[in-house]
Design a protein around this ligand. Structure first.
Ligand SMILES: *Cc1c(COP(=O)(O)O)cnc(C)c1O
Length: 426
């Protein structure tokens, strides 16, 4: 027995789970190498952008008040724009989360009478109130922006005819969600998104194509903006924040789209010129620098979890051997007891709040109680190891994150251990 194995035993993992994990890991070396190669490419991409823009220590200074002449903030935005190969970028702590970034991108680039189209089915839950799919105060619907949706076909493919028919003279913006989020459809590859963008632009060239890029950043060597997206939008407490950003969101895109967003974030006439960084710059820069390897760690955790639980007979999405395009892993655990046990294991492995027992509770917007495991340095950061899901059949837990692969590995092993403690037989 190695010293590391002894540490796992001391950490509450049994010899049986350890042996099983070793077996599963033995099959993963080739997958992991592929992920490392993508991370290596993306690391060079980020470094190249930082070197090109001559990032220096003066850019880490905090600004206050209006935040005029914030060279650190402005340079960071140039770095983001260069990595995503866009004309411009808005990267701000004042963008509070992913939903806010998406709302900002939409509400600033749509005008009354315009129509918004989702050709990939229902968007992420929190966007329902943004758009007004569920009536909500301040929604786009209240401002006279209508919404059309074309669902994916049963096999997960695009409904090309349906999309063609849905585009009309009022259609102004097309929203494409890259990650499945908490839906059961497959996550889209960047290539698929590129194909969809080319198709809608062939019908109406001046359409604005926006991609909800949450959870997808750095999982491939290209981003949707490399294949025609006019805006890519996401959260800094997911992949691009690298686990260090304490809050924030980004919009990278065409100069016109980003200018609209900046004027909506602050004010017409002020735009991007204001917005003090309040000391967030070092974490934003260093987090972005780490983001490719952090994303790779989270992806390794997702694949390890998929392969381990698949082997034990659980249904997992995506399947263990499937090509991955985001960091979310869903596992159908089949019972509320197993869901609680899984979450208990993830929580117990956390660096923060490890002694806490996650319990299901009612949450606004959900019909069923929801359980969440998160022992995060940054509240709600889902690039950190975390698991959650609503307590309803088939009792699916959504698992994501892991700033280091070793933490993800330990958390997943402990989740299985807690399942066994709850009565599961290996
Ligand atoms: C997380 C997520 C969002 C919303 O982000 P929040 O930061 O939670 O507001 C939107 N879309 C997708 C696909 C996501 O994964």
């Amino acid at each position: 027995m190695t010293e590391t194995e002894k540490m796992y035993l001391e950490g509450g993992v049994s010899k049986e789970v350890l042996a099983l994990a070793d077996e599963v890991l033995g099959e993963l070396s080739e997958r992991f190498e592929r992920i490392d190669r993508i991370a290596e490419y993306n690391q060079l991409k980020v470094l190249g952008a930082m070197r090109k823009n001559r990032v220096d220590s003066s850019h880490f200074a905090a600004t206050t008040g209006y935040g005029y002449n914030d060279a650190g903030r402005d340079t960071l935005e140039k770095v983001y724009a260069d990595v995503f190969h866009t004309e411009d970028a808005l990267v701000r702590s004042q963008i509070t989360c992913g939903t806010h970034a998406l709302n900002l991108a939409l509400s600033s680039n749509l005008r009354p009478g315009d129509e918004l189209l989702s050709p990939v089915g229902k968007p992420y839950d929190t966007l329902e109130e943004v758009i007004g799919i569920r009536p909500s105060m301040g929604s786009l619907a209240e401002y006279g922006v209508t919404y059309a949706q074309v669902d994916l076909l049963p096999d997960g493919g695009f409904d090309w005819d349906g999309i063609r028919n849905a585009i009309n003279e009022r259609t102004r913006l097309v929203t494409i969600q890259r990650s499945k989020g908490y839906a059961s459809r497959p996550t889209l590859s960047v290539a698929q998104i590129g194909e969809l963008i080319a198709f809608v632009k062939s019908i109406k060239p001046d359409l604005i194509c926006m991609v909800d890029n949450c959870y997808g950043e750095f999982t491939e060597t290209i981003e949707p903006s490399d294949l025609g997206a006019d805006m890519v939008v996401g959260s800094l407490i997911k992949n691009p924040g690298g686990g260090l950003a304490p809050a924030g969101g980004y919009i990278c895109g065409s100069a016109a789209c980003v200018e609209n967003a900046a004027r909506r974030l602050t004010s017409p006439g002020l735009g991007r010129e204001v917005g003090a960084n309040l000391g967030t710059n070092p974490a934003f820069y260093q987090g972005f620098f780490l983001a490719p390897t952090v994303t790779a760690s989270a992806e390794k955790g997702a694949i390890f979890a998929a392969k381990l639980y698949e082997r034990l007979g659980f249904k997992v999405h995506p399947a263990g051997d499937a090509e991955r395009h985001d960091i979310i892993q869903a596992i159908d655990l089949g019972s509320p007891e197993y869901m609680k046990a899984f979450c208990l294991g993830i929580q117990a492995a956390a660096p923060v709040d490890s002694y806490v027992v996650p319990e299901p509770y009612p949450m606004p917007g959900y019909d069923d109680d929801v359980i969440m495991a998160a022992g995060a340095f940054v509240q709600g950061a889902s690039i950190e190891l975390s698991a959650d899901g609503p307590l309803r059949p088939p009792y699916t837990v959504y698992f994501q994150g892991g700033i280091t692969w070793y933490h993800a590995k330990y958390g997943i092993m402990l989740s299985l251990q807690k399942l066994i403690d709850a009565g599961f037989k290996l």
